[in-house]
Design a protein around this ligand. Structure first.
Ligand code: FAD
Length: 281
């Protein structure tokens, strides 16, 4: 973890683009609430294959109009070079200087993989076409990406993104801090020299968390799963337990030198704010 201690701590909150006017209004209220915590930026996800790209950009511009920094995500799966170039140009024309660059996942039923296979090719393309115009964040997987052949190959894939020009990384969420510490130490041993900010998923509903975790390969440790299952429909107990566990995780990460935290806020302010206050940030 030594190499991570030299970076200033960066706090950020992730949203998805709402698809109704009511959702938009609600997100503005969430933004106002979370902005009081003074994050470095908000980030806004990008639906696979570009399905939300107008709304992603619209949400980023909305957050900026409220006076806060915002970074759109962009994913390259099922896209052509021309599509991506055009879209990056739109970002640039709108004064955007900070991106989260991803491969994305192919939507079910969509056969064409597009002209980019992996995120390192996207990072390389952005650097080729736009130089240092954008600060680029990429994804990292302390518990290994579910499609990776093994952990070593996944690390090598992460290094290719860094070598292609990524400035910083945000991890998939995890509840096992040791996986993150080991991952960071392995990165350090490979000469990877960028901040690797832990992604934090607050726990609100167990069924939703279990679904997300199965899809993205994040492990819910057995002791946590058993506890959460035992609460059944008792959402108050799930939230109380989740707040204790996630606050303790964040505290441990920061004490070990993590360069900040990125909260998967899911367009809600409550859990993130409570964790923040309990951490005394
Ligand atoms: P990559 O880094 O390309 O890795 C994908 C897989 O390919 C890994 O298993 C890797 O080991 C393997 N791989 C890489 N290179 C090679 C190679 N040369 N040969 C063989 N295998 C290789 N998804 C969205 O659709 N929209 C979003 O907005 C979004 N935001 C995210 C934000 C964060 C912080 C994170 C952690 C994830 C996000 N995702 C998002 C999910 C992400 O798109 C998926 O996890 C996706 O499956 C992988 O994207 P990646 O950029 O990590 O891909």
């Amino acid at each position: 973890m030594e190499s991570q201690k030299k970076y200033p701590r960066t706090y950020s909150f992730e949203f998805f683009p709402p698809n109704t006017p009511e959702g938009q209004e609600k997100l503005r209220a969430t933004t106002r609430q979370l902005a009081q915590l003074n994050p470095k930026f908000f980030s806004v996800t990008y639906g696979a294959g570009g399905s939300t790209r107008e709304r992603t950009l619209g949400t980023v511009l909305d957050i900026r109009a409220m006076g806060h920094a915002a970074a759109p995500h962009i994913s390259c799966v099922a896209s052509t070079r021309e599509n991506i170039r055009e879209w990056l140009q739109r970002y640039k024309d709108n004064g955007i200087q900070h991106l989260v660059a991803l491969r994305g996942d192919l939507p079910s039923g969509l056969a064409a993989a597009g002209e980019f296979r992996y995120a390192n090719e996207l990072v390389e393309f952005i650097r080729q076409e736009f130089g240092t115009q954008f600060m680029i964040e990429v994804a990292a997987y302390p518990e290994t990406h579910p499609q990776a052949k093994n952990a070593q190959e996944d690390l090598a894939a992460f290094k290719r993104k860094v070598d292609a020009g990524a400035n910083s990384a945000i991890t998939q969420y995890f509840y096992n801090a040791d996986a993150y510490y080991r991952f960071v130490d392995d990165c350090e041993a490979m000469g990877i020299n960028i901040p690797i900010v832990p992604g934090i998923m607050p726990i609100g509903r167990f069924s939703q968390l279990a679904r997300f975790s199965d899809a993205c390969g994040a492990e819910i440790p057995r002791w946590m799963r058993r506890k959460l299952e035992g609460y059944g429909d008792d959402t108050a107990s799930i939230r109380a337990f989740g707040l204790d566990v996630v606050t303790a995780l964040c505290d441990d990460l920061l004490q070990h030198g993590a360069p900040g935290l990125h909260f998967y806020s899911l367009n809600q302010a409550g859990l993130t704010t409570t964790i923040w206050q309990r951490l005394g940030l």
